[in-house]
Write a protein that binds this ligand. Structure first.
Ligand SMILES: Cc1cc2nc3c(=O)[nH]c(=O)nc-3n(C[C@H](O)[C@H](O)[C@H](O)COP(=O)(O)O)c2cc1C
Length: 194
């Protein structure tokens, strides 16, 4: 057995996605990096994210109730990090990052054209947990770059998403495919328990 060190109550979940959340605040687009996010429900499709109340983005979430979740590529690490260390209260992050902001289907939340996956979401619930509010959003539309689809299904190696690792606070890419999900575990069903 490997020796374990108890580190107390920590937020060490590995890995985390590094996504960029887009909202309108004071009539201009604002983007913020979020790592504490995940899927929450299949039907209706919902996701969750943890956002501190003091974020400029939080104002856009409460006022408009609409936000985008943009999945950046590994090559976008520089502006993803910038969106996470500077507040929209201090400067117009959008123009400095050199990204292309896009709007679709009359939705008023800004999206990032360079991100291969964009999820348009409507705020469903906001619950104060402590330092962070848990925001639950319903996904109302999904946009994916055509060259990231294989027979209509998003391909993660083409998307090449940026991954965040808490603890040492580093960005990563995905490694190689390890196995097929819902398949590789089936072999254990026919194996005798030890
Ligand atoms: C990698 C990374 C992940 C982050 N994840 C979160 C998060 O999940 N929730 C949060 O409230 N802030 C998070 N932040 C901090 C915000 O992105 C940061 O405070 C940002 O400047 C807020 O921008 P705004 O004030 O324009 O909304 C993260 C920052 C980085 C660099």
């Amino acid at each position: 057995m490997v020796e374990k060190t108890a580190l107390g109550a920590q937020t060490f979940l590995f890995p985390m996605p590094a996504v960029v959340v887009g909202v309108m605040v004071n009539n201009r687009p604002n983007f913020m990096t979020v790592a504490w996010t995940g899927m929450a429900c299949a039907q209706p499709p919902m996701l969750s994210m943890a956002v501190r109340k003091q974020r400029f983005t939080y104002e856009g979430l409460t006022i408009h109730g609409l936000f985008s979740v943009n999945v950046p590529k590994v090559e976008h690490a520089e502006w993803v990090d910038y969106f996470g260390i500077v507040s929209g209260r201090e400067e117009d992050k959008t123009s400095r990052a050199g990204i292309d902001v896009m709007y679709r289907d009359g939705h008023e939340a800004p999206m990032i054209a360079q991100c291969p996956v964009n999820l348009m979401c409507r705020v469903e619930q906001m619950t104060t947990l402590g330092t962070h509010d848990l925001i639950v959003g319903q996904i109302v539309q999904t946009y994916v770059d055509e060259d990231c689809l294989v027979r209509g299904v998003p391909d993660v190696s083409k998307i090449d998403p940026l991954v965040y690792a808490t603890g040492r606070k580093t960005y990563h890419g995905l490694g190689a495919t390890v196995a097929k999900a819902y398949r590789v575990g089936l072999s254990l069903r026919s194996k005798k328990p030890e």
